[in-house]
Design a protein around this ligand. Sequence first.
Ligand code: SF4
Length: 154
Amino acid sequence: MTCHSDPELFFDPMREDEAVKVCAGCPLADGCRIRGLREDYGVWGGSTPLDRAVARFKAATPATQARALAFAVVVELAAERGHHTPDEVAAATKLPRWSVRKRMEGHGKERDAEVAWLRVEGASITEIGLRLGMDRNEVNRALVRSTQAVALAA
Ligand code: SF4
């Protein structure tokens, strides 16, 4: 089988493993992988969107905004594939666990601050949840954490 016989397989995030197996037996895989480096979607030469996001993150200069953005994409794609905790993301991406933990905790703090700021501006818990893609419990927990952080800093 090739990608020409079932093109949709290569753009279905739920069937990535199947597509990767097809690529493993394809004579075009090397060129296809290079071609896919520019693509955000689909399996190309056996590389998934998450593989490419990790490669972009590794290639970005340390301590730059581009690297932070690249990491945010890695976390988003990992979450879409069911990897939510730092340990799960590290296992799925083969990035160092300590690095993933540190970055995800930093990302969490930024999001807590965003939740607190929206609340100060008068947004309801439901509005905040809708705007940031969180459920009510997550919003409430973020508010508790940010209140505790302010109390500790005072
Ligand atoms: S390597 Fe490229 S051409 Fe070959 S099956 Fe995979 S996606 Fe298709």
